[in-house]
Every structure is written in structure tokens, then in C-alpha cells.
Design a protein around this ligand. Structure first.
Ligand SMILES: Nc1ncnc2c1ncn2[C@@H]1O[C@H](COP(=O)(O)OP(=O)(O)OP(=O)(O)O)[C@@H](O)[C@H]1O
Ligand SMILES: [Mg+2]
Length: 335
């Protein structure tokens, strides 16, 4: 980590490709130039390389999110090249990797952050790479001095990894007098003091985050990387359902797939306020799995295929209210 303090320039992605250098471009490598393979010159051993490949596959396995995946790969490639350049005593820039993830609930923000944290640990940018997910209540206190203390506790726990602040815009909710402002100031200070030991990701709905950044002009430049997580289409949600079902060793009957398609299409068209994309799909499946269990126990006779198959009737009774209930109460610990 120490050597990365020699970098000096931050970089801005905002879902664009890495800006190309416009300096002199004697880019063709000389034939005589001695090249070394990754493992010879980089300090990344083959185990780290393998782990990185696994993590990339995990990311690729996620449905959709083409731009997010591309940007994550750009970030990790850039980090890797910066570190290699250091080994050749070439100028390399300061890695400012604090980020903003914008998107609606269930669009994959936490999942991507978790994978990215592990990638950055393999690249030796983060000592540990774990992810600590917090929200306003974890950071903002109720009396003077309480906020700083709460923030310090969370920062300590996140040290070596990623501090992921969900609904970050709520920190600015109460205006000047609110302790949320103190939380922001404490976080900014921690970013300076521990710049090589922690990455902060602010997450939240697109509009609110934009507003939040406008109310705190200093923040934008401290968080140079912006990732946008779009809502999934019906087809993508169905693919996500298929993936989740496969991972759990279940199968969807044709009728169940049809039901899901119609249900998700309806939900997307009406876009209920708390429409929660992939999380909605996960909740539906988990509920259907419980209903299937009840059905099988009641019918008493069943074989291997029955144990795997989810039928239309397992989904049919699920009402939107129940889904929302499951979202808020039953599934929170797995987020
Ligand atoms: N593209 C995807 N492919 C497969 N599964 C996905 C995808 N996106 C999300 N999921 C799954 O959906 C669930 C919710 O995702 P996640 O928690 O990452 O969303 P989030 O954007 O952090 O939501 P929130 O804003 O509500 O915290 C997880 O189980 C995750 O694995
Ligand atoms: Mg999340």
C-alpha cells in the first residue's frame, strides 16, 4: 500500500471509458524491448491471478449490467497497470477509488461492491477487501460527540476494506444543524487520514444522490467514480430468476415461468414505489419455495423431480403486499 502514495492524479470515470492520454504517442513497442510476463514483473502471484479470474467470472455471471461490468474491469485494469508502472519506475497517478453507486433498490449495487472489494484486495489496493454496509442510523448520533464516535467505530470496522453507505443522501437530510453533516465531515477526514486503507462507496437513488452532491460541492471530486445501475427489464428479471433457481437446484415449470413473466411485466409497468428489481425476484422465489414445501408435505408422495419443480400454483397466491412484507422483514439479514 505504501507505494501507492506516489500516485498523484485522480481519475474520473462516470461511466465513460478511461480518457486516453493525448500526449506524445510513440506507442509502437520496439522489437528489441524486453517484455516480461505478468507473474515475472508484477508481484501478483498466480494464485492472485486465478482469484481475480474467478471474481471476474462471478461478475460476468450477473445478468445484464453491461456498463457496470465494463467499468469495473476498467478500474481493476487501471489499478493493475498503475502498480506495474511503479515497478518500472514510470510515473503513475494517485488512485482515488471512492465511488458513488446510483440506482434503485435491488439493482445489484451491494453485490457488485462486494465483488469489487475482493478484486481490489487481490490487487493489493485494499489490505482485506471486506465490505461493511451501513446506513444513516449507524453513523449519525443523537447528541454532541455521539456522531463522531459512531462514525469512528464504523470506519474502524471497515478499515482495510469498503465502507458502503446505503441511502447516503439521507446524511444531508436535516440540513446544517443535523448531525448528518458532522458524519459527512468525519467521513471526509477519514478518507484523507486513511486513504490507502479504506474505500468509501456512497449508494442511493439516482435523483437523490445527484441532489446530495449538489448540496455538498466538495464531495463530487472526492468521489470520482460514478456507476449507474439501471432497472432491469422483464427479460433480465426472468434471467435472474432462472439463475437463482439454478443456483438453488430448483426448476421452474412452464406455467411458473409464464406466471412470473406476466407478474413481473405488470410490476414493471406500474412501477410501484418500492419496486425492488432483483430483490423482488429473490423474494418471490423464496416464498414460492416455501409454498412448494408445504404442498409437497401435504401431498406426502413425491420424488426427486417434485422436490426440484416449482409450479405455477406455488407462485400464484403470492400477493404484492406479502412480497413487500417479505422484503422489509424476512430478508433483511441477507442483504
Ligand atoms: N444482475 C444480477 N444478476 C443476478 N442476481 C442479481 C443481479 N442483481 C442483483 N441480483 C441479486 O438480487 C439481490 C439484491 O441485489 P443487491 O442487494 O446487490 O441490490 P442493491 O442494489 O444493493 O439493493 P438495495 O439498494 O435495496 O440495497 C441479491 O440477491 C443479488 O444477488
Ligand atoms: Mg444494497
Amino acid at each position: 500500500m505504501k507505494q501507492s502514495t506516489r500516485f498523484s492524479l485522480s481519475f474520473r470515470f462516470e461511466n465513460n471509458r478511461l480518457k486516453q492520454s493525448r500526449g506524445n504517442l510513440p506507442t509502437e513497442p520496439k522489437k528489441t524491448e524486453k517484455k516480461q510476463t505478468v507473474t515475472q514483473d508484477s508481484g501478483f502471484n498466480s494464485e492472485a491471478k486465478e482469484k481475480l479470474q474467478e471474481l471476474t467470472a462471478e461478475l460476468d455471471n450477473m445478468i445484464g449490467l453491461a456498463k457496470v461490468k465494463e467499468l469495473v474491469k476498467e478500474i481493476t485494469a487501471y489499478v493493475e497497470i498503475c502498480r506495474r508502472r511503479q515497478r518500472y519506475q514510470l510515473k503513475s497517478e494517485s488512485l482515488v477509488l471512492h465511488m458513488i453507486f446510483m440506482g434503485n433498490p435491488g439493482t445489484g449495487k451491494t453485490t457488485v461492491a462486494r465483488i469489487l472489494g475482493k478484486m481490489l484486495a487481490e490487487l493489493k489496493v485494499l489490505p482485506k477487501g471486506h465490505l461493511l454496509e451501513v446506513e444513516r442510523a449507524d453513523l449519525v448520533g443523537e447528541f454532541i460527540g455521539h456522531t463522531a464516535q459512531k462514525c469512528r467505530e464504523q470506519i474502524k470496522k471497515a478499515m482495510g476494506g469498503i465502507l458502503f453507505i446505503d441511502e447516503a443522501y439521507s446524511l444531508a437530510r436535516g440540513g446544517e444543524k443535523d448531525f448528518g453533516k458532522e458524519a459527512i465531515d468525519t467521513l471526509v477526514k477519514a478518507m484523507e487520514d486513511h486513504k490507502n486503507e479504506i474505500i468509501i462507496i456512497l449508494a442511493g437513488y439516482e435523483k437523490e444522490m445527484e441532489k446530495f452532491l449538489r448540496t455538498n460541492p466538495g464531495l463530487r471530486s472526492r468521489f470520482p467514480i460514478h456507476l449507474h445501475f439501471p432497472d432491469y427489464t422483464t427479460d433480465e428479471l426472468l434471467e435472474i430468476a432462472a439463475l437463482m433457481v439454478r443456483e438453488r437446484q430448483y426448476k421452474l415449470s412452464l406455467g411458473a415461468t409464464e406466471f412470473l413473466r406476466t407478474y413481473l411485466q405488470e410490476q414493471l409497468e406500474t412501477k410501484r414505489i418500492n419496486f425492488s428489481n432483483a430483490r423482488l425476484v429473490r423474494n418471490l422465489l423464496e416464498k414460492a419455495i416455501r409454498r412448494q414445501a408445504l404442498r409437497l408435505v401435504q401431498q406426502q408422495v413425491y420424488g426427486r423431480n417434485d422436490l426440484m419443480l416449482l409450479l405455477r400454483e406455488d407462485f400464484e397466491e403470492i400477493q404484492a403486499e406479502e412480497t413487500n412484507f417479505a422484503e422489509n422483514v424476512l430478508l433483511l439479514p441477507n442483504r
